[in-house]
Design a protein around this ligand. Structure first.
Ligand SMILES: NC(=O)c1ccc[n+]([C@@H]2O[C@H](COP(=O)([O-])OP(=O)(O)OC[C@H]3O[C@@H](n4cnc5c(N)ncnc54)[C@H](OP(=O)(O)O)[C@@H]3O)[C@@H](O)[C@H]2O)c1
Length: 171
């Protein structure tokens, strides 16, 4: 598989390194030059522009500081046209309100229902604990997902947990 990683902070570098170790064909791009050096030594292709990076792979992972940065990278003419027919996975985190804007308030789980997210998290918890890694945060996230599923929202997306986290109005 060919995979592009846009954004080489600690998370992007870790992802690109893991993909290279798994034998994937990896292309990387980062706003500031130089962060790709170790990855290129391990076999990654270094793209000069986000458009070139997007055109290089069938799967594009975006991993930058927030949604504004992701928009700056993705919403340009050459990147938008390069992305036609490719799969984009935005791993960038932002605030719950920004996530709700992106989700447009429908909590749609059409692409990734919360049942699927909960089962992925269970795998991560299991694998982490088998390696002696503390999985408390992931267990908490899985617990929230299971509560949402228990309330009958299993077909919604993970953002449905926002309803559990919003404080009830005080009298
Ligand atoms: N680190 C983790 O364990 C972890 C875990 C889960 C989720 N995440 C999420 O993954 C994302 C990346 O996290 P991270 O820890 O790798 O790094 P980060 O410090 O959150 O973000 C750094 C990355 O964002 C880029 N960036 C910042 N502003 C930009 C802009 N205006 N245009 C283009 N690129 C810009 C940086 O490029 P430059 O190098 O040019 O500054 C760098 O590649 C975040 O959303 C984070 O919340 C991280």
């Amino acid at each position: 598989m060919s995979v592009t990683v846009l954004g080489l902070g600690p998370m992007g570098r870790a992802l690109a390194g893991a993909l290279l170790r798994a034998g994937e064909q990896v292309t990387v791009w980062n706003r500031s030059p130089g962060k790709d050096r170790a990855l290129v030594e391990q076999g990654a292709n270094s793209a000069r522009t986000p458009g070139e990076a997007a055109a290089a792979s069938s799967l594009i992972l975006v991993c930058v500081v927030n949604y504004d940065a992701a928009d700056l990278i993705l919403r340009t003419g050459d990147v938008e046209s390069a992305l036609q027919g490719r799969t984009v996975v935005n791993l960038t985190a932002d605030t719950p309100s920004r996530a709700r804007e992106v989700d447009d308030g429908t909590f749609s789980g059409a692409d990734n229902p919360i049942t699927s997210a909960a089962s992925s998290m269970a795998h991560i918890v299991h694998a982490a604990e088998a390696h002696g890694i503390d999985s408390g945060v992931m267990r908490a996230a899985e617990g929230l997902a299971r509560r949402v599923i228990g309330r009958g929202h299993g077909e919604d997306g993970f953002m449905r947990v926002a309803g559990l986290l919003t404080p009830a109005p005080t009298r």
